[in-house]
Design a protein around this ligand. Structure first.
Ligand code: C2E
Ligand code: MG
Ligand code: MG
Ligand code: MG
Length: 278
């Protein structure tokens, strides 16, 4: 009996895997067409200064509206794009669209804000990456000081010296650099101090722990203090509740990006908010 059950489980598993593989293959072939079919778009999530209460920047977040399956999360789209190499055209499209959007807002004489763009490890690794960024800035007319690239510790697939070299080149262009999801991987402090970065984005998991888990809360404070002592600004990701915001303010965190203030929104909604802030 146990054996029979085991066998059935195996069969179930196998067909589930087949199903999953088939689904991934279908999604992949759809993703190839998504860009030309205008199924991709960007939402922007504001980052709010805890000192002034004003929006200082937005992060661009990729959205895929599949014609049959509906909205597909970037946590599905991005890994798929990375696997297939589509991350290069898609990443370039995101970069260009986001930079152009920021320039459009500036041309409306809305006070200028920073546009943060996520860069995946394979994009960063691409030898053409820096050229692409330069071209996008030239094409869109956005000044480099209004662009920030967000990288994660996943770029550690590259040699450390190579990473530093690339970051120095990016910084030399006048672009800001942020480390995203900070604290989730093996953050080497010895390496951190050598990186020419401007900000760290504290991962949501530590923000979630504020008032809930004393260890996470201690780490949240430590990350803010670490940022301060290294001369970096600190953004907290994913704050949803008032007590979290109050704690982060007291701990002198610089900015918050979280549902407590704003969810990711389309460009038109952001435009309204920015206009009302003036
Ligand atoms: P991320 O870069 O860490 O972006 C922050 C994520 O946290 C976003 O999820 C955002 O919607 C979510 N978030 C922000 N505040 C809150 C909150 O208060 N509560 C909750 N529950 N969530 C919050 P999203 O848009 O689903 O993106 C997930 C991840 O996908 C991103 O994490 C990023 O790693 C990746 N991603 C998104 N767009 C791009 C892109 O254009 N390029 C690359 N390479 N990766 C992207
Ligand atoms: Mg990010
Ligand atoms: Mg993050
Ligand atoms: Mg994340």
């Amino acid at each position: 009996r146990a054996r029979e059950k085991g066998r059935n489980q195996y069969l179930l598993c196998s067909s589930e895997i087949k199903g999953a593989v088939k689904k991934e293959m279908q999604l992949t072939s759809h993703l190839y067409r998504a860009l030309e079919n205008d199924e991709l778009y960007i939402e922007y999530q504001p980052q709010v200064s805890l000192k002034t209460g004003k929006i200082t920047g937005v992060e661009s977040l990729l959205r895929w509206k599949h014609p049959q399956l509906g909205l597909i999360s970037p946590s599905v789209t991005i890994p798929l794009a990375e696997k297939t190499g589509l991350i290069n055209p898609i990443g370039e499209w995101v970069l260009e669209t986001a930079c152009r959007q920021n320039k459009i807002w500036q041309d409306m004489s809305i006070p200028p804000i920073l546009m943060a763009v996520n860069i995946s490890a394979s994009q960063f690794k691409n030898p053409l990456f820096i050229k692409q960024v330069e071209q996008v800035l030239k094409k869109t007319g956005l000044k480099p000081e209004f662009l920030e690239v967000e990288i994660t510790e996943s770029i550690a697939i590259m040699e450390f010296a190579e990473i530093v070299g690339k970051l120095i080149e990016i910084k030399a262009l006048g672009i800001s650099i942020a480390i995203d999801d900070f604290g989730t991987e093996y953050s080497s402090l010895g390496r951190l101090k050598k990186l020419p970065i401007h900000r760290i984005k504290m991962d949501k998991q530590f923000v979630d722990g504020i008032g809930q888990n004393h260890k996470d809360q201690a780490i949240a404070t430590a990350i803010i203090d670490l940022g301060k002592s290294l001369g970096l600004s600190v953004v907290a990701e994913g704050a949803e509740f008032e007590d979290q915001v109050a704690f982060l303010k007291t701990s002198q965190c610089d900015e918050i990006q979280g549902f407590y203030y704003y969810k990711p929104l389309n460009a038109a909604a952001i435009e309204k908010i920015l206009k009302n802030e003036e």
